[in-house]
Design a protein around this ligand. Structure first.
Ligand SMILES: [Zn+2]
Length: 282
């Protein structure tokens, strides 16, 4: 599943390739892809004949601004890629593949295509009279962005003080911190030397400090690599990221720890495969 670095990579691609994309026509091939009220009919009516650009990211959500020819705001297009959603920018006409869900056509003949094999990806139209978080409840519930000042060890100490569940589970919860998924939770806990099974409320301030620093460090490295090679993630130009080769523990169960040589453990924790070094993470 795309996590913060992958979504950030997609955001950069959207910003670069279609910062002022004029949507002349929209085609929705799968009703389920449209999550905003009014379904595809309202989505199409509101988005056609708009310029799309200024891409932002909040957690794993992509937020594009819509405006008219006269530069008047027409609201937002919000996208969550979920498991397998991806965008492709096509410069020539091509028939849609079986997994094509939504097509945005530009007047010059370019097409922005949303392809989603598992079909869990979602899109919302948000009118300019409403805020994005008012319309998309998942955004309203998001915790702070890892790169923001609001995300620090004091915040975590307070937020986790009564939580008995594992720190791995807390990191996966988007209400703790936005954008972290399985790969970067495991990698961050390794970097911070924290056992993923540790009860969240038992982490000391020094450990929480390390956790914050490690998360920002690991995310930054991965963004620099264009995301990770795991999963089917592709950026807009069909390029896979490079972080995978650098992973310390993720998908390395049974292999030797790159730091100490101990065997990396793998176990299901809160329903997700969790990888850690029993020696480096106590
Ligand atoms: Zn180790």
């Amino acid at each position: 599943m795309p996590e913060l670095p992958e979504v950030e990579t997609v955001r950069k691609g959207l910003e670069k390739l279609l910062n002022n994309f004029y949507i002349e026509r929209v085609e929705v091939l799968k009703e389920r892809s449209i999550a905003s009220s009014g379904g595809s009919k309202s989505f199409i009516n509101n988005i056609e004949n708009s310029y799309l650009g200024n891409w932002e990211r909040r957690g794993k959500y992509l937020i594009g601004s819509l405006h008219s020819k006269e530069k008047i705001s027409k609201g937002y297009l919000v996208v969550h890629l979920r498991m397998t959603g991806q965008f492709k920018l096509l410069k020539k006409q091509m028939p849609p593949c079986t997994h094509t869900r939504v097509r945005f056509f530009e007047d010059k003949g370019n097409e922005l295509r949303f392809i989603d094999i598992r079909n869990f990806g979602q899109m919302w139209y948000v009118p300019s009279s409403k805020s994005v978080s008012e319309t998309v409840s998942g955004i309203q519930r998001l915790g702070p962005e890892p790169f923001s000042d609001a995300f620090n060890s004091c915040y975590l100490k307070e937020y986790l003080k009564k939580r008995t569940r594992s720190i791995k589970s807390s990191l996966l919860d988007q209400e703790t911190v936005a954008g972290v998924g399985n790969i970067y939770a495991d990698e961050t806990l390794f970097d911070a030397g924290i056992n993923p099974k540790t009860e969240s409320r038992n982490l000391k301030s020094s450990e929480l400090k390390r956790l914050c620093n490690s998360l920002v460090k690991i995310l930054n490295i991965s963004i620099g690599e264009g995301g990770t090679t795991f999963s089917d993630f592709r950026d807009l130009e069909g390029i896979n990221g490079n972080y995978g080769g650098q992973a310390w523990v993720y998908r390395r169960g049974g292999k030797n720890c790159k730091k100490c040589g101990e065997k990396i453990l793998r176990e299901k924790l809160c329903g997700r495969s969790t990888h850690w070094c029993p020696n480096c993470q106590k």
